[in-house]
Design a protein. Structure first.
Length: 615
């Protein structure tokens, strides 16, 4: 099956998410005012700013129900000095945005609830007909957004961007942006109530005011056609009052200029050839500047051209067989124990992966910030990305499915122009039940409709042959619709001991590429003992030494992303003086120090790289 490139599908989507949201645009190319920095905050564990004592929403459409008042926290100053004031942003503490609240305040370490943010700012539009949008890179888990006392809308989902048009709603001075963020877990949520990662709450990603001309480039797609001709088909979607107009597509580095015309719906399609283009690959992550012009709008991005496909059990990048030398990664900076939010932190983490010898990273278990894929494009690191359909989800709940589909749509819309991304993953360690399989097959179909140019997978589970515990079977109806068969296995940690690896026989009855999406063991960095002593570096290193040859016996093995690059915080990991709230499966400790197992895997990847070069 042949997949293409650069980017994207032709299925432009308008995101029917929270109220008043407008479709996402390529924010990093349009920011005019960063709203990052110190925001005043009010901790509101009983949601007093959101509901009255009868639990009626202050911002409900039917104002009469809640006495017609806006939330207490809408930053209004009482006209009458005798009025009771109990919440005052001006007298409240502040936190950094972007950033989770848990790692910024001891009091908020375990906090799960509502926290109100307030940012004041001045703004003068560039021109009378310009349009302004408030863009949030993400907020965990739900966000209600108010500007100058008026509700803009709401977003649910902790890891994907959202935005609201604010044209005509801004003041030259003294704008008040108030955001309610609540990170409480819900059984119907995505993820559900149980995860092996820290439930970091807050405005965890950049907040930016974007500006565009009245008619602007809302989205675009470029798709390299199969075959040696390097032929490209593409489309641009305009939004605004003057949709039917000329569109110019340029790749200055290749001396390519293409003219197209958008129809009444704002859609322009075009084709061109890419003679002499250097394809993007880990060894040479060639990026080209893409410039899209439509009337007064000009959008510029760096893009790479590559193909990704499967043929039988092979993964082919630009037509050549590939072995994915990977590692898994949470969106966390272990050196400060909080959500990673910046390009610098993306470089730190992906740099450590490159030092390990990786050409591939699994961004677990939710969409990471936008910098990760952009830095991976620059560094030449292939990516598996996923939505947090994790462990236990309400498979029968239509709202849960809609939430999962929306998060996936927002992820694909944001990142489908990133050459580094090759795999969209549907789920992690979910049970083989009819409702779950129907849920995930529907999600996979939606993904393929949005983006037929990339591979689809999911981290599935292993089952033991009831007649022989040493025979491990990977068999899942979901594998009928995935391009790659991926699974997590913990032989030697959760199942038996590392010495069992030599006895294992694998049954993976698919003529498809196999990726081991997880394996590993905990080790406290600096704790040394015999290889049989759990939580020692020696035990972890021995597990890697014994696991790698066991996995190489799988004939369809085409990659792996062991669990995990760095130790990470988890409320489920409590062993005193060993875990202390950290999952210790990292190859790098929370102090940035490499464990013995890091070097075991590094040596294995050096061999795999040499084998690939020799092919
Ligand atoms: C699971 C799960 C991870 C978890 C890991 C572990 O496979 O996918 O999220 O952290 O195992 O138990 O450490």
């Amino acid at each position: 099956m042949k997949y293409l490139l650069l980017t994207t599908a032709f299925a432009f989507t308008s995101l029917a998410t929270g109220r008043a949201e407008t479709p996402l645009m390529h924010a990093s190319a349009r920011g005019v005012l960063s709203l990052n920095g110190r925001w005043q905050v009010i901790v509101d564990p009983y949601d007093n700013g959101y509901v009255n004592y009868r639990l009626e929403r202050f911002d409900a459409a039917d104002k009469s129900a809640a006495g017609g008042k806006g939330g207490y926290f809408l930053d209004h100053k009482p006209a009458d000095p005798s009025e009771l004031v109990e919440y005052d942003f001006d007298r409240s503490p502040s936190l950094n945005v972007p950033g989770d609240w848990n790692s910024q305040s001891e009091r908020l370490y375990y906090y799960e609830g509502t926290l109100w943010y307030r940012r004041q700012f001045d703004f003068a539009p560039r021109s009378a007909d310009a349009r302004q949008f408030l863009h949030f890179g993400g907020a965990n888990y739900e966000a209600d957004v108010y500007l100058n006392g008026t509700k803009l809308g709401r977003h649910v989902g902790g890891f994907t961007p959202f935005q609201f048009e604010v044209t005509g709603k801004l003041r030259a001075a003294g704008n008040s942006l108030v955001v309610r963020v609540n990170n409480q877990r819900h059984p119907e949520g995505v993820p559900g109530v149980n995860t092996d990662w820290w439930n970091y709450g807050g405005l965890t990603r950049d907040v930016t005011l974007l500006e565009t001309p009245a008619t602007y480039v809302r989205d675009y797609a470029l798709q390299l056609q199969p075959g040696p001709e390097h032929h490209v088909r593409g489309s641009v979607q305009l939004a605004g009052p003057a949709k039917a107009q000329a569109v110019r597509i340029e790749l200055p580095g290749l001396n390519i200029v293409v003219a197209a015309v958008a129809d009444a719906s704002g859609l322009a399609t075009f084709e061109f050839s890419l003679p002499g283009a250097e394809l993007w690959a880990p060894e040479h992550p060639r990026l080209y500047e893409l410039v899209l012009t439509a009337g007064a709008d000009r959008l510029s991005e760096m893009v790479g051209f590559r193909t990704i496909e499967t043929r039988g059990s092979e993964i082919l990048l630009n037509g050549r067989p590939l072995f994915l030398r990977g590692i898994s990664l949470h969106e966390e900076n272990p050196l400060r124990g909080g959500r990673a939010t910046t390009a610098a932190e993306a470089r730190l983490l992906l740099g450590w992966a490159r030092d390990l010898g990786c050409n591939y990273v699994r961004l677990a278990h939710y969409p990471h910030n936008e910098y990760m894929a952009r830095v991976a494009d620059e560094m030449g690191i292939l990516l598996w990305v996923e939505v947090p359909v994790y462990w236990t989800i309400q498979w029968d709940n239509p709202a849960t499915y809609a939430n999962a589909e929306n998060q996936l749509t927002e992820l694909i819309t944001r990142d489908r122009n990133r050459a580094s991304i090759i795999i969209w993953s549907m789920a992690n360690e979910t049970p083989i039940l009819p409702a779950r399989t129907a849920f995930l097959k529907k999600l996979a179909a939606h993904t393929r409709e949005l983006d037929p140019t990339r591979l689809i997978s999911a981290a599935m589970e292993v089952h033991a042959d009831p007649m022989d515990p040493n025979t491990k079977i990977v068999e899942d109806p979901l594998a009928e619709v995935t391009d790659v068969v991926s699974f997590n296995q913990y032989i030697g940690w959760y199942v038996g001991v590392p010495d069992d690896c030599t006895k294992i026989h694998w049954v993976v009855p698919y003529n498809k590429p196999v990726i081991i999406s997880e394996f590993g063991a905990d080790a406290l960095q600096g704790f040394h003992a015999s290889r049989l002593t759990r939580f020692s570096e020696e035990f972890q290193a021995d597990l890697y030494r014994q696991t790698l040859p066991m996995l190489e016996k799988i004939p369809q093995l085409r990659g792996m992303s062991p669990w995990i690059l760095c130790d990470f915080r988890s409320p489920r990991r409590a062993l005193p003086n060993i875990q202390d709230g950290w999952n210790r499966k990292g190859l790098i400790g929370e102090n940035g120090t490499r464990k013995q197992a890091f070097f075991v895997l590094q040596e294995f990847y050096a061999r795999k790289a040499a084998e690939a070069d020799a092919r």
